[in-house]
Design a protein around this ligand. Sequence first.
Ligand SMILES: Nc1nc2c(ncn2[C@@H]2O[C@H](COP(=O)(O)OP(=O)(O)OP(=O)(O)O)[C@@H](O)[C@H]2O)c(=O)[nH]1
Length: 327
Amino acid sequence: MVLSTRKIPVTILTGYLGAGKTTLLNRILTENHNEKVAIIVNEFGEVGIDNQLVVNSEEEIVEMNNGCICCTVRGDLIRILKTLIYSMEEGNVKFNRVLVETTGLADPAPVAQTFFMDQAIAEKFEVDSIVTVVDSKHITKHFDTKDEAQEQIAFGDIIILNKTDLVNDKELDDVETRIESMNSTARRIRSKNCDVSLKDILGIHSFDLNVKLEVNPDFLNDHHHHHHNNKVTSVAFVEERPLDMRKVDEWMSYLIQEKGEDLLRYKGIMNVKNSKQRIVFQGIHMLFAGKADRTWREDEKKITQLVFIGKNLDKDELQRQFENCIA
Ligand SMILES: Nc1nc2c(ncn2[C@@H]2O[C@H](COP(=O)(O)OP(=O)(O)OP(=O)(O)O)[C@@H](O)[C@H]2O)c(=O)[nH]1
């Protein structure tokens, strides 16, 4: 028997909060590409929503919550990768590619670094590319204040300028020019709902260590000090009692008016009174949408799970407002 020595390619999916990473992930999971992808999803906030919004598929999906992949949970990433290899060698899982979706607040450099610094990991895996998804509408808000958003662009091999439907041509050109000035070597692709061709982002071997060392000469020195903006926190709610949709609507209108600037990302799945379907809600600053999703399954508990990520969040106030929405 000839054992394959080919390393498993890894795609690191990055991009600021709400840019469209899960949308792209769902595209990868639903399109035909003859690949078997193992997916690692990391979320900021102790309640994982993304894994519930990822389409049903046969792929291996591992969730990493409660910390940021580039900081506290790097050890978890290494353990997960080693477990995946072990399970594959034991014949329990099959995959020929790994995709790591990072939190919107992660610096992708230390995540990529993991694949060089740990010898056992470096022997089995190689970084194929870092794909950065950009929210063309909101990114300009984050250019000047959010280090993470800039790191994600500076480190990307492929930059997807997503949400082209929300900006005009001039705004899009301006965003692209700004991005080009931050990273001139990355390939840029414009998209709506991340409708990119998968051959442009998977298996392209565009990660070049030398280029990364130019961006960050310390790339291979393992002393990561990523200081998250400590004003950014997350608040999560989990509730089994059904909610009153009218009250939720009123609450959201109030929040958008009063806190829209500070609310970087809010999302969740709601159990609403008299609804057989899950209601999924998605918010980024002032943009908010709640819509009916699939029917709750017989075998699943109808639970509301909401996450708010933002600056100056008042947990007690949000808690009171949330409880007021219980039907
Ligand atoms: N108008 C518009 N909305 C989009 C587009 N792409 C994604 N969205 C919406 O933007 C919201 C956030 O998308 P996600 O894919 O969840 O973004 P994300 O980067 O995974 O978000 P986090 O993981 O929470 O940081 C969702 O409501 C998407 O449906 C687009 O091209 N245009």
